[in-house]
Design a protein around this ligand. Sequence first.
Ligand SMILES: [Zn+2]
Length: 143
Amino acid sequence: MAELAYATDSKSVAERHVGSSPTNPTRGLVMKYYLKLAVKIAKKGREDRNYKLGCVAIRKDGVIVAAHNAMAKRMPFYSAHAERRVIRKAGYGATLFVARILSNGDWAMAKPCPTCQVVLKARRVKRVIYTIGPGEYGVWEPC
Ligand SMILES: [Zn+2]
């Protein structure tokens, strides 16, 4: 499972979060709210796989935009990625929430792939909050 390789990356392990943080109790709730929204978006994807992926972005101006994975057969694989699709609408300096949902309903690793990471850095994305596993998420700060 190549996608899960990112889970062993030391930064994402160090930044694993479960539920709310003691210093800011609402933070976890807000993160999960947007991740759940990303799950809803993911479920709209029509690709026939054992997982679905969705991405929600809060633009610098506060507008929320979203995308799910596209049909990979119709384009290079990375152009089909939800993060890549959402960033076209999100512009510079956005915050992204990426969720991978398995067919059994569990959250799974959704850290952006290296190709998407380059694009997100170039677009000065502030933070990427991504699902890691059931009830767990990580935070990646590209800039
Ligand atoms: Zn990607």
